[in-house]
Each structure stands twice: as C-alpha cells, then as structure tokens.
Design a protein. Structure first.
Length: 346
C-alpha cells in the first residue's frame, strides 16, 4: 500500500471515530436535555437542616420524589407554602411518619443479588436510635401521637392491595421498652362479638389513638376487610365495620378516613375515599372520585392529604373530610407527608 493510500485509510478511520464520538456526545446531551426538560418547572431542592421536633413553625415533612440528587430524601417545606423550595435532609425513606419528635423510616438496602429492607427509628434530629430488619417490601408506617409506639406494614407476598393474591405483616414497636410485636397476627381476634381464629387473617394500616393503648387497623379474612380496634395492653383486636382499608384517625378521634372498594370500579383501581363517624358508624364519601391507594393523613380536623400517581411517581392532594368541596393539588413529587408544628400530631 502506498503512503498516500495509508494516509487515506488513517483519515477515514479518524473521521469514523470522530463521528462515533460526536454521536455519543449528542446522545448524552439529548439524555441530559430530556432530564432537564423533566425537571423543568419542578420543585427546587437544596440540602439543609430538617427537624422532627414539635412546637416549631407549622411545616410539612415528606419523601421527595423530584428528580435529582435529593430524590427519596426526607424534605421539609412551610405548611403555608407547600409548593416552595424544599430543604433536603440527606435521609432516604420509602415510607415515613413522625409525631412528637419520633420518626419511623422504612428503607431499602440495595444488594448485588436482591434488595433487603429495614425499619429505622429516628429522633428529632433524624439520627438513628434503632433498626429492625423487614421481612418484605415496605408499604405503610405510623407513629403514635406521643411518639412512644411505631408501626409498619410490609408485603410478604404479592405487591399490590388491588388484587387478592397478597399477604402483609404488620409490626408494632414500643420505643420506650423496645418490645417488638413482630406481627399483629399474635393478637386475639374478636369478630362480630365472638372469638375468631383463621389461617388467612391479615392486618395492615395501623393508626394510633392518643392514649398509648388503642389503635385502629385493617383486618382481612374470608375475602372481606374489616376495621378493627386494637388494644395493646390486652393484645386483642375487635371488628367494628366492613369494607375498610388503610384507616387514618382524625386528630379529635371522632372519625376515620379510609379507602373503600366500590362496586363497578376497575379491578386495578377499586377504591374511593370515605369518612366514617365512629359514634354512629355513618359513612360519607369524600369529594375525590379517583381511586386512592394510600393511607390518608389528616392535616387538621377538617382536611386530609393523600397521594395519586404523577409525573415524578406521585403527587399530593387534599380534600375536605366532610364530603364537601373539591380535591386540590397540595404539591408535586411527594409521598408520605406529615404535618408538624402547632397542632396535635398524628
């Protein structure tokens, strides 16, 4: 091959390599641009101090789902400006709840073969005080109003409440004594006024009373779901009402908001939010007709917040708890909110 031919081959090769490099750069640029477009108009997030301490300014703390380095971290915003800039804590949680300066954070531990999960108890400064391995995928978490008790629910079979092929395990921890009830299935069941035992009994979605003794939860058995009232001292649960899932007790403890399966709804979106008056067990449908697969949170005695699917994974909405009004978007790219500050927390 002549020198001229060799030079032509070399130049051709360099041109091809240059084209490949340019194409790679353009592809990377396009991907970055796509991500920038996805983030355009999204909430601003920056690292800073986050506290779970009560008695300070009214604020929201929740799992941030906005794209970027702080995704999945606990963040805080003023309750009066929920769409404003977020302060990120550096602590990542899949599910979260807090009251009285105690937090419960359900986390994933990414493994080379498969993921594992843990429940981490946090103090007011988001420092870990205890941790417990979880037997499945985290789905619900609650702290009692005093901060003494925490509860969590995980999926141990299946991965959705929408169908019937799933199993859950719900644990309750006394943060003062460190006594752990690994499963509410250890409690005695009183169903329709009589002792009841069944292999298919299943619990999820705890919500605590102020007295550090009683709680409410969902119990499933025989193809039906029931609202139960639990007694931590007696280690019993008693059925109160049917077709109740993921209950949430109001701050004044007079009502439960929950998701209810409604006739005619799609199999994969079967629920609607309802409120139940505990004195007379009267039901009221809330004003959002969409299917809500979440355990709602009370922002005060008249308003509840909950998540619905959104561009970032989930967005938060509010609706009056008396059946009036219309749903309103609270904030984008958020999950598992709590309101802290100048109110009874829980």
């Amino acid at each position: 091959m002549t020198l001229r031919a060799k030079l032509l081959v070399l130049l051709t090769a360099l041109a091809v390599l240059g084209g490949v490099a340019a194409a790679s750069l353009l592809h990377a640029s396009d991907r970055a641009a796509e991500k920038d477009r996805a983030q355009a108009g999204g909430p601003a997030v920056a690292a800073g101090p986050v506290s779970l301490a009560p008695g300070t300014a009214r604020r929201l703390v929740f799992r941030n789902l906005a794209w970027g380095p702080h995704r999945d971290e606990l963040v805080t915003v003023p309750a009066a400006a929920p769409g404003g800039p977020r302060t990120a804590s550096g602590v990542k949680c899949l599910r979260f709840h807090s009251a009285a300066g105690t937090g419960i954070c359900l986390q994933a531990e990414r493994g080379t073969v498969e993921d594992s999960y843990r429940a981490v108890v946090l103090d007011a400064d988001l420092k870990e005080t205890a941790r417990y391995p979880l037997p499945g995928i985290p789905t619900r978490a609650r702290v009692s109003p005093s901060g003494r008790f925490v509860a969590w629910t995980v999926f141990v079979g299946g991965d959705s409440y929408a169908g019937t092929d799933f199993s859950t395990r719900t644990a309750v921890l006394d943060t003062r004594t460190r006594r752990l009830t690994a499963s509410l299935e250890e409690f005695a069941v009183i169903k329709d006024g009589r002792p009841y035992r069944a292999a298919d009994t299943n619990f999820w979605g705890v919500t605590f009373s102020r007295d550090d003794r009683h709680f409410y939860a969902t119990m499933a058995t025989g193809g039906q779901t029931h609202l139960v009232r639990g007694d931590l001292a007696a280690r019993t649960v008693t059925t109160l009402h049917r077709n109740v899932e993921c209950p949430s007790l109001s701050p004044d403890e007079t009502r439960i908001v929950y998701k209810k399966r409604v006739p005619g709804a799609p199999a994969d979106a079967p629920w609607r939010l309802y409120a139940l008056d505990l004195a007379g067990l009267r039901e009221t449908p809330l004003a959002d007709p969409r299917s809500v697969d979440d355990q709602a949170v009370w922002l005060d005695n008249s308003t509840v917040a909950y998540s619905l699917p959104g561009d970032y994974g989930a967005d938060l909405y509010t609706v009056p708890a008396d059946g009036s009004g219309t749903p309103a978007r609270l904030l984008d790219a958020g999950l598992a909110p709590v309101v802290l500050g100048d109110r009874r927390e829980g």
